[in-house]
Design a protein around this ligand. Structure first.
Ligand code: ZN
Length: 314
C-alpha cells in the first residue's frame, strides 16, 4: 500500500499545491488504485506520476465543494480516451450523481467503460474478501464524509519445509492448509493447518477524512488507524478562521489522532496563506505529540513497509 498525494491545497490551487486529491495505491494488493477526492486538474497531476487512469478502480468523494470534485469530468473522459475499459465505481454524497450525469451529458462526454455512482449514507459502503470501507459524516459547512479503509487479516505464512517433511504433496492441499483448513492425506493422516502455518497477519487501516472541524466521528473513524490523513487548513494562530469556516488546525488533527490512538498522521488541505517556510512553524505546534506527523506536499508518497510508514518523493 502506498499513499500518493496529488493535491494538498485548500480552496484554490497555488503554484505549490493543487486542490485536493489523494491516491491509495493498492497495486500489490489488487492491481489497482483508489482515489479520494478529485480537485480540478487532478488529471494533470497524474501526468507527473506513473499512475495509469485505467487502473483507477474506485473513487471516493468526501463532499461536493468544487475544490474536491471539479477534476472529475476531465478525469472520467480521459480515462475513456486512454482505453480504460475496466469498470469504475464512484462513491459520494447525495447530489454527486446528478452533477456528474448533467456535466457529462451537457458536454457530450461519452465514457466507454461501465461506471456507477453510489450516493452513500453512513456505514459500510464497500466490502469484499480483502477490504472493508466505512464512511461517517464529519462536521463541515455542507455534508462531508470521512472514510476508513481496513484491510482484512492476511492469510498466514505457510511453512513449506514443514509440509514437505510431513509428506504433503505440492498442489491444492497446500492452499487448503494456508486457508486454515485441515487436510487428510491419501494414507489417512490428518495434517492440521496450525501445525504448518504462522500467525495470521494483521491488515492495515487507513483513514482519509474530508473537510471538517474537530469532531467525534473523526476520532471514531481514526480509532487505532495505522495512518490518518486529516485536513489542517489552519494553524494555532488562525484557529478563529478554522472555527468560522468549518475547518481544522494542525493541532485539531493531532488531537483527533491522539484520542483515536492512531499511529501516523499526514496533514493535508493546507491554506495557501502558508508558505513552505511556515511549515516548520506549523510542525513545531504539534511537536509534543508522540506519533509521527507529516505535512503532505504534492507528489509526496508514503509507503507502508513491514508495518511502518516511510516517506518517499515521486
Ligand atoms: Zn469544503
Amino acid at each position: 500500500m502506498q499513499l500518493l498525494f496529488l493535491g494538498t491545497g485548500a480552496g484554490m490551487p497555488s503554484k505549490q499545491r493543487n486542490t485536493t486529491s489523494t491516491v491509495l495505491k493498492l497495486l500489490e494488493e489488487r492491481g489497482t488504485f483508489w482515489m479520494f477526492d478529485c480537485g480540478e486538474a487532478t488529471q494533470h497531476q497524474i501526468l507527473h506520476t506513473s499512475l495509469k487512469p485505467r487502473k483507477l478502480e474506485k473513487l471516493f468523494i468526501t463532499h461536493l465543494h468544487g475544490d474536491h470534485i471539479y477534476g472529475l469530468p476531465g478525469l472520467l473522459g480521459s480515462r475513456s480516451f486512454l482505453g480504460g475499459e475496466e469498470p469504475l465505481i464512484i462513491y459520494g454524497p447525495t447530489g454527486l450523481k446528478n452533477w456528474i450525469e448533467v456535466t457529462l451529458a451537457v458536454s457530450r462526454t461519452h465514457v466507454k467503460y461501465p461506471f456507477s455512482i453510489i450516493e452513500i449514507d453512513e456505514g459500510i459502503v464497500f466490502e469484499d474478501e480483502q477490504f472493508i470501507v466505512e464512511a461517517k459524516l464529519l462536521e463541515h459547512v455542507m455534508p462531508c464524509f470521512g472514510y476508513t479503509v481496513k484491510q482484512k487479516a492476511l492469510a498466514p505464512e505457510l511453512f513449506i519445509d514443514k509440509t514437505d517433511a510431513l509428506g504433503v504433496p505440492r498442489g491444492p492441499l497446500l492452499k487448503q492448509l494456508k486457508d486454515g483448513r485441515d487436510v487428510v492425506l491419501s494414507d489417512g493422516r490428518v495434517i492440521k493447518s496450525e501445525e504448518v502455518t504462522g500467525e495470521p497477519r494483521k491488515g492495515f487501516k487507513v483513514t482519509i477524512l474530508g473537510d471538517t472541524k474537530y469532531c467525534e466521528n473523526s476520532i471514531t473513524l481514526s480509532e487505532d488507524a495505522d495512518v490518518v490523513v486529516h485536513e489542517g487548513t489552519f494553524d494555532v494562530e488562525t484557529t478563529e478562521l478554522a472555527r468560522l469556516y468549518g475547518h481544522s488546525t494542525i493541532v485539531d488533527a493531532a488531537e483527533v489522532c491522539q484520542k483515536a490512538n492512531a499511529r501516523h498522521l499526514i496533514v493535508n488541505h493546507i491554506s495557501a496563506r502558508f508558505l513552505s517556510s511556515d511549515l516548520n512553524k506549523m510542525l513545531a505546534q504539534v511537536e509534543d505529540y508522540r506519533f509521527p506527523i507529516y505535512i503532505a506536499e504534492d507528489f509526496a508518497e508514503y509507503i507502508w513497509v513491514d508495518g511502518d510508514l516511510v516517506k518517499q518523493k515521486v
